[in-house]
Design a protein around this ligand. Sequence first.
Ligand code: TRP
Length: 327
Amino acid sequence: MTRVFSGIQPTGEVHLGNLLGALRNWVRDQHTADSLYCVVDLHALTVPQDPVELRSTTRQLAQLLLAVGIDPAVATLFVQSHVDEHTGLAWIMECTAAVGELRRMTQFKDKSDGASFVSGGLFTYPALMAADILLYDTDHVPVGDDQRQHLELTRDLAIRFNNRYGDTFIVPEATIPPVGARIMDLQQPTRKMSKSADSPQGTIGVLEDLGAVAKKIKRAVTDTDNEVRFDTDAKPGVSNLLSILGACTDRDPASLADDYTQYGPLKADAADAVCAVLEPIQARYAELDADPGAVDDILSGGAAKARAVAGPTLARAREALGLLPAR
Ligand code: TRP
C-alpha cells in the first residue's frame, strides 16, 4: 500500500485555504493509502513560542484534524515531539545536508531576512522535515507549492545517503494539489489566503462564527465589469469565489460560472456552501472540546503506531552509518 505522510505546524489559525487546499485531501487519502499525519510542534520551535500557548494550540490542532475527518482507526495522527526518532534522524540529515543547500532554501531566506533573532533550527528546519518524511518510508507527500523546494531537498538527501551508505531510505515524491483548490485572500485575491494576512477580513477561520463567515464572503472584493467568468488573471476576486464554491460543492469552478449572471447570487451561494462545509466540523470540534482526555488518548495511540515504523528505520540508518549499537 502507498504510504502518505504530511505535517502541519501548530501555529496560527487554520483557515479555509488550509482546509480546501490540503486537509480535505488528507481525509480523502486516508482511505486509499497508509497515511500518517503529524502535528509538527518541533518545527514551531524554530521561532520562540509561548509555552502555554504552544501546548494548547498543539492539542487544538490535533482536535481540529479529527473534527475535519481524520479517522484514527484508519490513519495515524500524532504529535512530532512524542516520537523521539524525529530528532534522532534529524541530526543525521543535518550531517547529510550541505550548508550551501540549506542556505538556498527560499523559506529560510524569507523568514530570516530582517529578523532580529534567527535560530540555528530555522536554518536546519528542512533537515528535520526530511527526517519526518524518511522515517516512514513515505512514497507521497501532499504539500503546498511553498514546500516543493523542501521536498526536493528531502529527495536529494535520501539519494545522497543511499549512495554513500547503501539503500536505506525510500525516495519520496511530492503531490502538489490541483490549482482549483488554491484559495485566495477575500480582500486581496491575488494573494493566497494566509494566517498572516494584513486584514482579518480576507481570511476565513475554520472555527469562526458562521454569521461572520457569511458576512466576509458577501463583502469579498470582486471586479468592476459585473461579468461572472472564471479567469484568475483578469478577474481574481470572482474567480476566487468560484473556486471556493467549486471546492465546497465538488464542482468545476469554470463551469459553475455559467450558472450566474450577477455577483450577488454567487456570493450568497458561496457563503451557504462554505457554512455547510464548516458547520459539521465545528460541531464535531465542540464535542471533542468537551473531552480533552479522548484527544490525548488518540494521540498517544498514534505515537505508538508511528514509533513502530520510525524505530526500525532509524535503526537501519544508524547501522548503515556504522554507529556502534547500544546493548
Ligand atoms: N514545513 C511544512 C510546512 O510548513 C510542515 C512540515 C513539517 C511537513 N514536516 C513535514 C510537511 C513533513 C510535509 C511533510 O507546511
